[in-house]
Design a protein around this ligand. Structure first.
Ligand SMILES: Cc1cc2nc3c(=O)[nH]c(=O)nc-3n(C[C@H](O)[C@H](O)[C@H](O)COP(=O)(O)OP(=O)(O)OC[C@H]3O[C@@H](n4cnc5c(N)ncnc54)[C@H](O)[C@@H]3O)c2cc1C
Length: 463
């Protein structure tokens, strides 16, 4: 049966669009090298029609589909399972920017366009597409939508859900749903696009999207500040919000172990501090005025707060140097070895207490624990990673115990065990403990309604 299916699959596209055997290897291994699956073939359609025909064929033969964008998922969401019974659908050839509409402030793109390409196309039209994170050059819009990704500018502009006006989706049976509308007001029944955003490819295949653009800010001011403690960081955020309102674009918290890892693995990246602070904040303001004035305003505010070690970038190069520090934290961790990672969110004001309590509980049980915490404090989102003396994958034997401590505390604070990376394979079991039976049943009924044969990205999120 598989050979008949594969023959028909090949007849739907150009021959080079379907990959087999060794050519599929990179599509079967996840970003963190935790999951290694296997696949019948990788299909790389270059149009929504081809995508629809592939889905129809899969539906007829009951072959599961694993959508894959840039394969930067940090929770194994885009990796096929080990059965070798599914196909991977790669969007890498659906990579056209369809339209930039400067009047409507929208951009319409196919799912395989990278985040960086969207940013650049917007810039060419003197507009801003504000979503940004360290994988911008490789992650795709389809993947960013399917994970409702966030990044460093969520505080001001929201995550992918807020940045999306319309979608085109190929359903599990191959039907094309055309919801490619660039409307900011549309109250005609259920907002269907929201079902597919954040569904991690378990409900349908996103083929194109209409995304919001914003006026291009002309002024930026960036600062790196030794704040001493998370409590002081939260107070600074509150004060800035009172003084400069929504001009705060990013507000990132960085702990000392992050800076120490940067010093160790990226000694070429200069850090302005004479000695490493326990906690620092990297923040950015932006608006439509003049950079010099904004830099001056930020410097004055920070001066008035009394922080002794506050460095305000005087030009774009210094600002880029500060941001490079933040962007290299994930890679510095990778070079250090294997860690247990958490991507959690809790209400902003509770973060200082959470950090103290969680560290106390973890070090009681794991005396060698080194906690590398950083993240988007303005959104209440922490990347909370734990290294033990053991830095190989043997550390995973402690994962369940470590997760139990972190997640139970997150639950006590009414937080989330996945702020922005999603569930994938990694947190599938945890999801069943931290979402209520009512929520899980609703999710299961939506899944069943849209994918009754269970063909969309099996083994991820729910089952
Ligand atoms: C260095 C680094 C930094 C990161 N920083 C952040 C961050 O700050 N914030 C954040 O939110 N994430 C971050 N991520 C995680 C990751 O980049 C995002 O989740 C990203 O948006 C995934 O996009 P992708 O194209 O790589 O998707 P993939 O990894 O290929 O897929 C992710 C999920 O989307 C599904 N999918 C992919 N394309 C489609 C489609 N067209 N239709 C339907 N489903 C689809 C897949 O099946 C899978 O479930 C980071 C990752 C790395 C490696």
């Amino acid at each position: 049966m598989h050979s008949e299916f594969l023959q028909q699959l090949q007849s739907l596209t150009e021959s080079h669009a379907i990959l087999f055997g060794d050519d599929t290897a990179k599509y079967c291994l996840d970003q963190r090298r935790r999951y290694c699956g296997s696949t019948l073939a990788v299909a790389r359609p270059n149009s929504v029609q081809q995508l629809s025909e592939i889905a129809q064929l899969c539906s007829r033969y009951r072959i599961a589909m694993v959508p894959q964008g840039g394969n930067t998922s940090l929770c194994g969401a885009a990796t096929p399972d080990e059965s070798g019974q599914s196909i991977v659908i790669s969007f890498e050839r659906m990579n056209r920017v369809i339209e930039v509409d400067a009047d409507n402030n929208t951009i319409t793109v196919e799912a395989g366009v990278t985040l960086q390409q969207v940013q650049q196309a917007a810039l060419a039209a003197q507009r801003l597409f504000p979503a940004n994170w360290a994988a911008a050059g490789s992650c795709q819009i389809g993947g960013a939508l399917a994970t409702n990704a966030g990044g460093v500018n969520v505080l001001r502009y929201g995550n992918m859900r807020e940045l999306t006006l319309g979608l085109e989706v190929v359903l599990a049976n191959g039907t094309i749903w055309d919801g490619l509308r660039g409307l900011r007001k549309d109250n005609t029944g259920y907002d269907l696009k929201q079902l597919f955003i954040g569904a991690e490819g378990t409900l349908g295949l996103i083929s194109s999207a209409v995304l919001r653009l914003y006026p291009l800010p002309t002024a930026h001011a960036t600062a790196l500040i030794d704040v001493g403690s998370p409590t002081a960081a939260v107070a600074l955020l509150r004060q800035l919000q009172a003084q400069v309102s929504d001009r705060i674009t990013s507000f990132e918290l960085i702990s000392r172990p992050c800076l120490a890892l940067l010093q160790k693995h990226f000694s070429n990246l200069a850090q302005p501090f004479a000695s490493l602070p326990e906690w620092c904040v990297l923040l950015e303001l932006s608006d439509g005025g003049d950079s010099e004035a904004l830099i001056e305003q930020l410097a004055k505010i920070l001066n008035d707060t009394g922080f002794e070690n506050a460095y305000v970038a005087q030009n774009q190069r210094q600002s880029a140097d500060f941001w490079r520090l933040r962007e290299h934290i994930p890679e510095a961790q990778r070079l250090e070895g294997v860690s247990i990672k958490h991507d959690i969110s809790i209400p902003v004001g509770d973060i200082p207490r959470f950090l103290i309590e969680c560290q106390t509980q973890l070090t009681e049980q794991f005396s060698d624990a080194k906690i590398v915490a950083f993240g988007h404090l303005g959104d209440g989102n922490l990347h909370y990673n734990l290294f033990l003396t053991e830095t190989s994958s043997l550390i995973y034997q402690h994962e369940a115990a470590i997760n139990a401590i972190v997640y139970q505390l997150v639950a006590q604070y009414n937080g989330s065990i996945s702020a922005e990376h999603g569930i994938g394979q990694l947190k599938k079991v945890s999801l069943t403990h931290y979402r209520s039976p009512c929520e899980l049943a609703l999710m299961a009924s939506i899944k069943n309604a849209l994918d009754p044969l269970g063909l969309m990205n099996p083994g991820k999120v729910l089952n």
